[in-house]
Structure formats: C-alpha cells, structure tokens
Write a protein that binds this ligand. Sequence first.
Ligand code: SF4
Ligand code: SF4
Length: 277
Amino acid sequence: MTREEQVKAVGLKAGARVVGIAPVEAFREKVPEGYRPEDILPGARSVVVAGGDGPTAGAWRCPDHRVMEITGYDLRENVAVHAMCDFIEGTLSHHAIQAPSLPVHGHEPPMSMMHAAELAGLGTRSLAAHIILNPEYGLLYYAALITTLPLEPDPPLAEPACPHPGCAAMYKRIGTTPCLRVCPACLAGKVSDGRIQESTYDRERCHSRAQTYGIGSLQKGLLQIVNEDDADRRRTMIYSDFFTKSLQSVGFFRDSIAQCFECMRVCPVGRKYRKLK
Ligand code: SF4
Ligand code: SF4
C-alpha cells in the first residue's frame, strides 16, 4: 500500500465514509494569510479530509423532524481524523493536528471544512444552502487534519455533484429544483446547461429555522431573563423549552447541528442509501 492508501484505510476503518487529500498550496488561492493550514501547523504539507454519514436512514424516516438532531449523528468523521492523526504521528513520525472547525474567538472557525472537502475532491457546493454534496453519498459531515507529511493529493471533482441530472431536467421544465422549491425563503438560484449559474443562500433566515439553540440563544435568553422585572414571568422564562434547550446545547458543548433538513430531504443525490427495507 502507498502512504496515501495507508492513511485513508485508517480513516475508513475508523468510520469515515470517504477520505480525500488536498495539498496545502491549494488553500492559498482563496484563503487569506493567517488562516491557511501552514498558519495552524508550521511546515504543513497536506490536509486530509474525512466525510462521515449524518443521520441514519432510519432517522430520515422519523415523522418528528426534531428527533433527527439528537439521534441521527455519530460524528465519526472526527473519530476518523483522530485515528489518522495517531497513525501519522505514531507510525509515520510526522506532525498532525485536527483542523480547527469551531471558532476559537469571534464567530468564524479558523478553517472551513467545506472548502477543505472541495479541495480534497470529496464534493462540490450545492444550491441547497451551499452544502457540500458528495456525488455518491450526498450530504456528509466533514472533519480534517493538517500534517507535515507530504502526500499525493486527490484532484477536485471534475464534474459538480449539483445539480443532479434530474434536477437540471426539472429546472428546464418548470424553472426550479427540488431544494429551491421546498425553501424559497432561504434559497434562490439559476441552472443552465446542467450547471449552477447563480446561487443565493440567506443564512440568517435558515439559521432562525435550522439552528435555533446554542450559545447565542443562551446569551439572548439570559439577557431577557435578567431584564425581566416580573418574578412569575422570569420563572416561566427560566423553565421554558427555549431556555432549557439552550442550556442543553451548551451542556453538550455544541451549537445546534440542524433542526431543518427539508432541502436535503428532497435532494436525490445519495438518496439510494436511505432506501432500505
Ligand atoms: S436547512 Fe431548512 S431553512 Fe435552511 S435552507 Fe435548508 S430547507 Fe431552508
Ligand atoms: S435537490 Fe438537486 S439542485 Fe438541490 S442540492 Fe440536491 S442536487 Fe442540487
């Protein structure tokens, strides 16, 4: 096995669905200085990206869509990245660090996992909230590692995963696609010659529907509670579903992953893996 195959095999065995490799130089075109892989790990040569399954096929079928957020994930892409880091450091004697995908200050993470996945040839941006779609599996969740190990990179995909041929045909017929039709409040776009020509995603609107709970909602709720003079109302606010969920999300040290999957529910890419007996 080549070194690349060895590293990928470790990630796949640890639960990743796909693993791809990007060279650090590929980040220079669109990533500003200070946020590049070599700014996080001096001497970095490669970025290895793991894509993991999201909700199980069964979770997609649950009639209460809110259940998916708390039951559908195993976040194995992070486990795969740690297993590959251990292998690179323990067996191949090179430095490796998990790529930071959560903010260390402010609201933006130091590194975009979406961009890393694109550069590692694992997927392309879609009309649905610009989610990276893997051409085979559709929606996946991405984690990455940065390493000083030189590895042969995988090329970015030659053909975009979105629009699916069925979506391109639908757009030609009626001027919309399944995801654009299901969420006109957040999504807009144009398709021509089977390619995305224009794509707009209103993140603030989507956020208010798909990611209601988290650190921000706790801060907002707390401010309202301390400013509330009426003791009965204050009590109701503290025990409310909204405040309890916000506390829970902080207790698990994560913001809400997603409470709305409608644009992905209607997407045909990777749907075959959700059709079971
Ligand atoms: S996640 Fe929900 S709210 Fe956000 S773009 Fe998709 S369908 Fe719209
Ligand atoms: S439904 Fe079609 S157009 Fe929308 S994200 Fe999926 S493949 Fe792209």
